[in-house]
Design a binder for this molecule. Structure first.
Ligand code: JHZ
Length: 396
């Protein structure tokens, strides 16, 4: 049974940055209710309102993984790890985005799968074999008929974006060699609770995984966890290493039971933990608004840094308009001169000078705060301050 624990109100589609501001309507289905639930049986956290893939991921998808050094560094390190530990002859990435990971592999070793045509074009142009398609059984069969099987399948921040998880894992199992490895990485729900980062919820994040839910989910497909790595990326992620249950050549590391125990100790199998989280989110909203209003009363200027999908949730849930945040800055070319989803807040192409005469910078990309603080030493030295809502609204 799926029980509701969080209601983030009516929200626009994240990652749809309009060219000009327009008030969106519920009637025209430009806004939808963002409510989140916990399945007491499967322990899986999911949105109630699931938007079809084709609406979310089209040929104008703006997000590019390569825009953040933290991510390109993380992918470079991972590629070395994969080569050393698994040495795949054939490597497949589901959701290859702009090729931030696969650029570290040989072209003849890699198959890319990317539904957004603007992104698939980039890896194709770089010479990587790319299927511009959604991950499902049809595609898996198509790949099977050409390549037979794949040694390592990897997917970061993608499987949680697909409605039909049963088909996802069936299609993976269909293609993996007997000794094949599946590696997935996604934000950890435990970290999300600890950091009160409710902005991890937006239409694309249909599911938020925990080790508990992944263990149960993959079991049905003859798959099991054999290692888990904790990552700092995207506000705290888990990298799950998965093998076929009947593959006894690989040892199951104690990182798996350790993570599951930590999650159980924290109460991730218990609905009351989720209800508590939902109540704390309401307080976080009030505290953030209080903080922003106090600053604005002093006529000080606040801008946003990182026009993230996460920030879209915060702005719309807290109803933050351009009388509080003047504009956002972002390095992504496709977000330039667009508007934050649902809000009359413009996104300007990042330039250092846009931080001149700014008193406070709200961290839309709080998950990259280390990288941003390093870049903005001058702003900090001149007395500029940052604002975040994670883990509680405050000035840094
Ligand atoms: P970032 C997207 O979410 C959507 P978002 C998606 N659903 C998902 O799961 C995650 O990514 C992985 C900018 N930036 O990664 C670049 C700067 O401008 O937190 C990006 O637009 N300057 C697929 O949007 C944004 O911030 C900088 O110095 O919440 C970061 O977006 C840095 C470091 C970033 O993901």
């Amino acid at each position: 049974m799926i029980k509701k624990f969080l209601d983030l109100g009516y929200q626009p589609l994240a990652n749809k940055y309009l060219k000009s501001y327009k008030k969106l309507s519920i009637k025209k289905k430009e806004l939808y209710r963002l409510t989140v639930g916990f399945d007491t049986k499967t322990k899986l956290v999911s949105l109630f309102n699931k938007i079809p893939d084709k609406i979310m991921f089209d040929g104008n998808y703006p997000y590019k993984s390569s825009m953040s050094k933290t991510m390109t560094d993380s992918f470079r390190k991972l590629s070395v790890k994969i080569k050393n530990r698994f040495n795949p002859k054939l490597f497949l990435e589901i959701g290859s985005n702009d090729g931030a990971l696969i650029k570290n592999f040989n072209k003849n070793q890699v198959i890319c799968v990317e539904p957004c045509s603007n992104l698939a074009k980039i890896t194709k142009r770089k010479g990587y074999f790319t299927y511009n398609d959604y991950w499902d059984l049809n595609l898996s069969n198509k790949i099977k008929s050409k390549f037979n099987s794949v040694d390592v399948i990897y997917s970061a921040n993608t499987l949680t974006h697909i409605n039909d998880l049963n088909q996802v894992f069936k299609s993976i199992s269909n293609l993996l060699t007997q000794d094949g490895i599946l590696i997935i990485e996604d934000p950890s729900f435990l970290e999300c609770i600890k950091k009160l980062s409710y902005d991890q919820f937006y239409n694309e994040h249909i599911y938020i995984f925990s080790a508990l839910s992944v263990k149960k989910l993959i079991n049905e497909f003859g798959l099991e966890l054999f290692d888990i790595e904790k990552l700092d990326t995207h506000g705290g992620s888990l990298r799950y290493y998965i093998k076929r249950t009947n593959n006894n050549k690989i040892k199951i590391e104690n990182t798996v039971s350790k993570q599951i125990l930590t999650e159980l100790k924290f109460g991730l199998d218990n609905f009351s933990t989720y209800l508590k989280f939902g109540n704390s989110v309401k307080k976080s909203k009030n505290d953030l608004l209080k903080l922003l209003k106090t600053i604005k009363k002093k006529n000080q200027k606040i801008i946003g840094y990182g026009a993230t999908a996460k920030a879209s949730t915060v702005l719309n849930y807290c109803n933050i308009e351009n009388d509080m945040i003047d504009y956002f800055v972002d390095t992504t070319p496709d977000k330039k001169n667009r508007y934050m989803p649902g809000k009359n807040i413009k996104i300007k192409k990042y330039e250092k000078k846009l931080l001149n005469n700014v008193d406070y910078v709200y961290l839309g990309a709080w998950n990259f705060s280390k990288e941003i603080f390093k870049k903005e030493k001058k702003f900090i030295k001149k007395g500029g301050k940052f604002i975040t809502h994670v883990p509680s609204p405050r000035i840094i």
